[in-house]
Design a protein around this ligand. Structure first.
Ligand SMILES: [Fe+2]
Ligand SMILES: [Fe+2]
Length: 202
């Protein structure tokens, strides 16, 4: 990457991304989620000791934009399956609003396109660039964030099948926590995040 993203450009994109994500009512995909993913991504950079290889402003932008699909589509099976494709289609238009080189745009588009389906399907990006790998792991780790689990359970407890849905979700989350290494591009991260405390949230 030749271009270094300025703090000013980062701030502009951050403001825009958060203003759009804050409108979402979805417990799993909103401004709080993308901020946690951003913080996870920065933590991963420190753990892997790759500060010199990563433009942190670019990584933060990628994190804040990765779930933009949900600004144009409601959560559904279709959105879940085709999230990456929808994201790729809409994100270019968003990026045109900002002063970014074509090379930078391609890195962002590549990372957000490939971020989906790590958990529980194990579709990882081990051969792709570091931004793509870090984003996907940062997002995967947020599946097991205590606050997100609680919000998700609360939202899903509504309706006659709420209890059954939550019991199945608890089992899935437990399975994910016990097998976290399988769902990460950097398995070493499984030991560095909040897996023990997350089990208490289920
Ligand atoms: Fe996503
Ligand atoms: Fe996400």
């Amino acid at each position: 990457m030749n271009e270094k993203i300025s703090d000013e450009t980062y701030k502009k994109i951050k403001m825009y991304a958060l203003s759009q994500m804050a409108k979402l009512k979805n417990a799993s995909h909103n401004d709080a989620h993308v901020v946690r993913v951003k913080n996870n991504a920065l933590k991963i950079v420190r753990i892997l000791n790759v500060e010199n290889e990563i433009d942190e402003n670019l990584l933060k932008i990628i994190s804040l934009l990765h779930d933009f699909t949900y600004t144009v589509r409601k959560p559904s099976v279709y959105t879940y399956v085709f999230e990456g494709h929808i994201e790729r289609r809409i994100i270019r238009e968003v990026l045109e609003k900002f002063d970014l080189s074509e090379e930078t745009k391609m890195v962002i588009i590549g990372a957000v396109f490939h971020h989906t389906h790590s958990f529980p399907f194990g579709r990882l990006n081990k051969k792709r660039d570091a931004y793509t790998r870090i984003l996907q792991d940062a997002d995967t780790l947020d599946f097991f964030d205590c606050l997100r689990i609680k919000m998700y359970m609360r939202q899903n407890s509504k309706g006659i099948f709420g209890n059954i849905r939550n019991r199945l979700s608890s089992k899935l989350i437990e399975y994910g926590i016990d097998n976290l290494e399988k769902f990460l591009n950097y398995p070493v991260l499984a030991k560095s995040f909040f897996t023990d405390s997350s089990k208490k949230c289920i």
